[in-house]
Design a protein around this ligand. Structure first.
Ligand code: TXA
Ligand code: MG
Length: 316
């Protein structure tokens, strides 16, 4: 379908009803969540899901997360377990994604899982995302609403800059509170951390009373989306920088003199919320980027994961 530009929808009952209507028609709608903006399509409709991969330029071997309104809705699609119950009770709704075995009679398009026999599911906490899922009353496949490999979007303006004209609408509800994608925990086998994110690893290990296996980057089958270069600004990125060199713009953390500070107080929650917006901003300056050291505990582990990928050698 040819789109007449991408509509901006307000996060009010009218906008939410319109967005749900678009999803029912198999169209794509970007929407605010507490982590990052998602690019949603009906997870049961293969044409819609194919449209998501196309709009993002995403490799079709990289599966998507199905977003649902409740634990009960998730249980319709995946084999539930005690560990899933414990993590859902602790962190849903919220920035946690669980990868579980698909149930026998599910209705999820095979394009969502890229042919795997597991499904990633998440119940988001954001009021507008929940209202959309409730109004649509079905599973919504939603990767982050950015062109594949680029910086994730935490505002509607970021979405428009990357996907304008390729999607039906953007359900705008301001900046995302958490600012980092969900933590992904694999529960199809032994519990494994597939991606650090908005819930700290330490909190998950406390709830499970066990250490998680840490995902190996070479293990493409368990987390095919964990490609090395990702979140990539146009300019090179140098990590653990003391002072900027040459023309570099310094993205700081804590009490440092810099061009843009992720958190002057050295607060990791605040730094996570600011990270992608800051990367979008320094990227638009067109200068090489240096980043201060960031502690590697709590949300710092997820921040450093995103920064390492932003700094990784590019494929092309
Ligand atoms: O916070 C989030 O998770 C955001 C918002 C929109 O919910 N979504 C998001 O989606 O970050 P995306 O597509 O950018 O990242 C999803 C990750 C990918 O790395 C993908 O490989 C992994 O989830 N994934 C999806 N299904 C999987 C599965 N069955 N097994 C292992 N990894 C899976
Ligand atoms: Mg993404």
């Amino acid at each position: 379908m040819i789109l007449n530009g991408t509509l901006d929808l307000a996060a009010d009952p009218g906008g939410i009803a319109k967005a749900a209507d678009f999803l029912r028609q198999g169209l794509l709608v970007a929407f605010a969540t507490e982590t990052v903006y998602g690019l949603g399509g009906d997870a049961r409709n293969s044409d819609a899901v194919a449209g998501i991969y196309h709009a993002k330029g995403r490799p079709s071997f990289n599966p998507l997360i199905a977003h649902v309104a409740s634990v009960e809705a998730a249980q319709r699609f995946v084999e539930w377990s005690d560990r899933a119950e414990a993590l859902a009770a602790a962190f849903w709704p919220g920035p946690l994604t669980l990868v579980l075995p698909l149930r026998a009679n599910h209705s999820i398009s095979p394009l969502v899982t890229a042919g795997l026999d597991t499904l990633a599911v998440r119940v988001p906490a954001h009021g507008t995302a929940r209202a959309l899922l409730t109004a649509f009353d079905g599973p919504v496949a939603a990767p982050s609403a950015n062109p594949s490999g680029q910086i994730s979007p935490t505002t509607a303006a970021h979405v428009r800059a990357g996907l304008d004209g390729r999607i039906a609408a953007i359900l705008d509800d301001g900046p995302c509170g958490v600012g980092l994608e969900s933590t992904i925990v694999g529960l199809a086998g032994e519990p494994a951390l597939l991606r650090p994110g908005g819930v700290a690893l330490e909190q998950i290990e406390t709830v499970l009373d066990a250490q998680l296996h840490l995902h190996q980057a070479s293990d493409m089958l368990t987390a095919p989306g964990q490609l090395q270069s990702h979140y990539a600004p146009d300019a090179p990125v140098r990590l653990n920088a003391g002072t900027p060199q040459g023309d570099e713009v310094l993205l700081g953390f804590g009490q440092v003199s810099c061009d843009l500070n992720l958190s002057e107080d050295g607060n990791l929650t605040e730094a996570a919320a600011n990270l992608f917006s800051a990367l979008h901003r320094v990227n638009s300056m067109g200068r090489p980027i240096a980043v201060s050291p960031i502690p590697d505990h709590g949300l710092g582990a997820a921040i450093n994961d995103r920064l390492r990928r932003a700094a990784a050698p590019r494929d092309s």
